[in-house]
Design a binder for this molecule. Sequence first.
Ligand code: NAP
Length: 299
Amino acid sequence: MTAQNSKASIIDGKAHAAKLKASIAAEAARLKAEHGLVPGLATILVGNDPASEVYVRNKNKTAESLGFKSVHHHLPADVSEAELLALVKALNADPSVHGILVQMPLPKHIREEAVLDTLDPAKDVDALTPYNAGLLLSGRAHLVSCTPMGVMMLLKETIGSIAGMEALVIGRSLLFGKPAAQLLLAANATVTMAHSRTKDLAEVCRRADILVAAIGKPEFVRGDWVKPGATVIDVGINRVDAGDGKSKLVGDVAYGEAAERAAHITPVPGGVGAMTIICLMRNTLIAAAALAGLPPLSL
Ligand code: NAP
């Protein structure tokens, strides 16, 4: 498929996600039939951020559509840190729960580190605990952060081996940039990480065969920053004014301009975002199998 008025082929995240969902559904059915295992996902949302509410609702709906057990805990914005930690501990101890997702960001009075230090790494399906981050760094990853994993799957399906390629990740968050760089390195790319202190970002971008943007600034990466023939992965999700009193979602890359020069590009929406929830389901299934003492799954 080709982007309108452009040379780049569109990386269809929705189609890839549908394929992965089908294989997760098949594996979940097998585990249920052979071992009576029903994966359980517990989500915790603190407060009433509308975007977070939508994300969490979609996660629960997707889990249910796969036949997983799905439990949601919605806590008031002024819940104490101690109460939240007590809930996490209770879910850690609940054998019917295999994955626990605490939706970030949390209100300022709650320390994210305290929550992550309490969460059982075996149930850390967002792979945010220091233990899982350390396993990834050591080349022994078990549960891997969902969005970076989705990006790697899209790259594999789109260009195959990335060994020796110049890969740039813009953004160094714990949630995306750092694990993404580790995964690209593990796939033998030559990896550069850029951030808000990077000098002459446009020039750094022009060297990248794979350009991954996770900045959180609408259409920040311009078309003439893209190396001709590069693969552009846009992780950003930004809601902007559509000009007609409505809003729309755009990425961190100026899509129309970038599609003129890239060989492959992810759209927003319909690119990376589509993979994230499915990778969360994959992690929940992997965690369930591991907690039940079953051999590692090949998904
Ligand atoms: P974040 O924690 O806010 O990190 C943003 C990163 O961008 C930081 O490392 C920051 O650098 C860097 N940055 C900011 N301004 C910059 C500039 N002018 N030049 C270069 N780098 C700059 O964000 P995040 O959680 O990683 O998310 C990033 C984006 O991805 C957001 O739009 C988010 O909504 C989206 N996202 C999407 C998904 C999905 O499922 N598709 C999942 C996760 C996130 P410093 O470290 O120097 O401050």
